[in-house]
Design a protein around this ligand. Structure first.
Ligand code: SF4
Length: 79
């Protein structure tokens, strides 16, 4: 499974990612980037282009093993 994290503290709203992958990244207004953090795997090439196009390297792409995505909730209570 494909996952995306954008460091919004680093992002400077250049919108290069929006041009590279418009179904995954979009601008809410002139300065606010929004994105689909879990796009379909078929969009991998677009997402990789977007990450490569970001001038401040704000986009991190992660691949999750399907089994990891199916893990149940953890109830690790501490006292
Ligand atoms: S290309 Fe990078 S800096 Fe520009 S909007 Fe996308 S994440 Fe932000």
């Amino acid at each position: 499974m494909l996952r995306i994290v954008v460091d919004l503290n680093r992002c400077e709203s250049y919108a290069q990612c929006v041009f590279a992958a418009p179904t995954v990244f979009w601008m809410k207004d002139e300065e606010s980037l929004e994105y689909d953090y879990a796009p379909d795997d078929s969009l991998r090439v677009q997402v990789e282009r977007a990450a490569a196009a970001c001038p401040v390297q704000a986009i991190t792409i992660c691949w999750l093993d399907k089994q990891l995505g199916q893990q149940g909730e953890s109830h690790d209570e501490q006292q």
